[in-house]
Design a protein around this ligand. Sequence first.
Ligand code: PHE
Length: 344
Amino acid sequence: MDTAGQLSELTEQFDREAAEISDRPSWEALRLRWVGKKQGLLRSLMGRMKDIPPEDRRAYGQGVNLLKQGVETRLQELDSSLHLREQKEVKSLATDVTLPGRPPKIGSLHPITVIRREIEDIFTELGYSVAEGPEVEDDYHNFEALNFPPNHPARDTQDTLFVKNGKVLRTHTSPVQIRTMLSRKPPIRVICPGRVFRNDNDLRHSPMFHQVEGLAVAEGLTVGDLKGTLESFVKRLFTADTGVRLRPSFFPFTEPSAEVDITCPFCSGTGRDCKVCSSTGWMEILGSGMVDPRVLSGCGIDPERYSGFAFGLGIDRVAMIRFGIPNIRMLFENDLRVLGQIRA
Ligand code: PHE
């Protein structure tokens, strides 16, 4: 074979070997084999110059140089594509220590807890203390002592959930009034926050909800004291321009009785297209009244000497109003996207 034929065969051989390169070690071996300083094939081709007849040397030198250039270019191309791949691999494996960390989620108080604590604070400042009672109550404390005789129709309005052995899930916090009056002497000033249960379930009612009961018993308490207490309380809990309205009502354990409404904050009391207050402009948040003398005497307190007032407030309702929560269920689904927006 003539030298030109040899050189073109070498070119083909290099191309075949170059096509096989898939990683850095095989590339390195290829490079050493062809253009290595000591044993590279091209170097030994150059070394053969002296064996070439002088008239062919020029062509031979050109041929070898051409081959060398082709080999070097191809090696460089392979080098940069290997380099690109290596960079990608490094990136996917590496830890970027400059990335900011993921912040831990900060917990927050449940809206019910926020409101309960606010209510406790307001009444504690007014000289009230906090009392508690059981959630599973007996008929006596939940009904009888509160002037709901057996078979009294007012029991129907409570949607009672019954437990075994004549016990009930308390339908209101008013039984804690009875427990307090049975265990303490007047003057009494307590609030009793807690869970209550009724067989009732819609947009504004949940079978479990929260009330705060208030009770004051002393000499000479009047409806004026009740109204003044509730007005200053409501204006502190909401805003000073919140409108308050007392509406005559009925509870077996208070006489006279009143429901307390505040102006609806969703429509500013206008009632225009307001689902929240059913377009009335008002929201009922409290039941209240003067403690019925029969209830006082049933607890061993002389109604001739003492009088008292009581009120019951829905904490859930207040939380919904304050935080603009349209559906009571949102309070109990524990969706962190909802609860996380509530800040005390
Ligand atoms: N216990 C009553 C209710 O749940 C509210 C209330 C409490 C009314 C105290 C008057 C006095 O409906």
